[in-house]
Ligand binder design. Structure first.
Ligand code: MG
Length: 375
């Protein structure tokens, strides 16, 4: 048995499943959640969903699937170092993007705009909807029937209106307090993962200017150290070594700084974690500033790059058109037109579009528009 820290989520203090089940025989409950997530169809579809670059733009770029695996890996390292529940952290990390639309954030923005009169669309809530309702694989319940702690971690943020209808899961957004440390780790691991893999993808795609990154103080410091040790390193190895060095720096910092906060705030139990209003997962102030600066550079140089924006505009048109097509003709939906209200139809359309891979959305769009999809 793993020795957990007293503030970890464990078999003794975990929350319930929505539908009671007998325990697994060889695995623990957290492994069961992780395994259910890996077996679900929304997880497999992450392979063909955009992270930053649309899926067909190149085989080397991250997809939502490889992004989620990197989040899980970083999350596990932090969880292990802090004596926390690695399986729970991994389950949350693997599930955190299940509700993402095709075409990354451009897709979500477009779908949210389409859904304005019908309660909106938010990928976080959609991830929860996938595991609570949309996956249909088990005879006794809808969704995956995951533990409270896994679902709590998936719900990273939430509006007050939505929090009110989510019961126990929404309480912390109304009353203050926080999710488990495992959930907070998955959240930080997500940010560390995309900052670093987007640097790598952006440089490889030739969209991100290395000189601009060299203006980042930590990038400059790590590159200097690497070149001191390996003065003749080729550009590719240099890029990987610098990015790896930066990633290690952020991960080490968050571990040390979080341990100091846990001790400093007198956190001695999971209840203490949930009651505490100050974030426990944290960087030191200098590294936090470096983290924000990296995000700023990536936003300006990569996410707002004309090429990325152009693809985003095209994908928003696809999502908007598909929404209109299915709203006008419910018979085009897999379940057919069986809706009791425009809201119910809009939600079914939104679920259908959100579940699409990039290429399926493009093929569907091309089919309706009467031209062929890009290769
Ligand atoms: Mg993510």
């Amino acid at each position: 048995m793993t020795a957990y820290a007293p503030y970890a989520v464990t078999a003794h203090n975990r929350g319930p499943r929505v539908h009671p089940e007998s325990g697994p025989r060889w695995r623990d409950e957290f492994q069961r959640d992780r395994d259910r997530i890996i077996h679900c169809s929304a997880f497999r579809r992450l392979e063909y969903k955009t992270q930053v670059f649309v899926n067909h733009e190149g085989d080397m770029f991250r997809t939502r699937l490889t992004h989620s695996l990197e989040v899980a890996q970083i999350g596990r390292s932090i969880a292990r170092a802090l004596g926390l529940n690695e399986d729970l952290t991994e389950a949350i990390a693997l599930a955190h993007d299940l509700g993402h639309t095709p075409f990354g954030h451009a897709g979500q923005t477009a779908l949210n705009a389409c859904m304005q009169d019908f309660g909106g669309f938010e990928h976080n809530l959609q991830s929860l909807r996938v595991v609570e309702l949309l996956e249909s694989r088990y005879p006794d319940f809808p969704g995956l029937n995951l533990l409270f702690d896994t679902r709590e971690g998936i719900l990273k943020h939430c509006s007050v209106i939505n929090a009110r209808r989510l019961g126990d899961l929404g309480r912390r957004f109304l009353e203050g307090g926080q999710a488990s440390l495992e959930a907070q780790i998955a959240n930080v691991a997500d940010e560390i993962a995309y900052n670093h893999h987007d640097m790598d993808d952006g440089l490889r795609a030739g969209l991100l200017d290395l000189e601009r990154l060299r203006g980042h103080p930590l990038h400059a410091e790590v590159e200097r150290e690497v070149l001191q040790r390996w003065p003749r390193l080729d550009a590719k190895r240099l890029r990987h070594t610098v990015i790896r060095g930066m990633l290690n720096h952020f991960v080490s910092d968050v571990i040390g700084s979080t341990l100091a906060a846990i001790t400093g705030f007198g956190i001695a139990s999971l209840e203490d974690v949930r009651r505490e209003r100050r974030p426990l997962l944290r960087f030191t102030p200098e590294v936090h500033a470096a983290h924000l600066e990296l995000k700023r550079i990536l936003r300006h140089e990569l996410y707002e790059h004309p090429k990325v924006m152009e693809m985003a505009a095209r994908s928003q048109t696809i999502v908007r058109d598909l929404f209109e097509i299915y709203m006008n003709d419910g018979a085009e939906l897999p379940e057919g037109p069986v809706f009791t209200s425009p809201e119910a139809q809009a939600r079914a359309v939104s679920d259908y579009i959100a579940g699409m891979t990039d290429r399926f959305a493009m093929a569907e769009h091309a089919r309706y528009r009467g031209h062929s999809a890009p290769e």
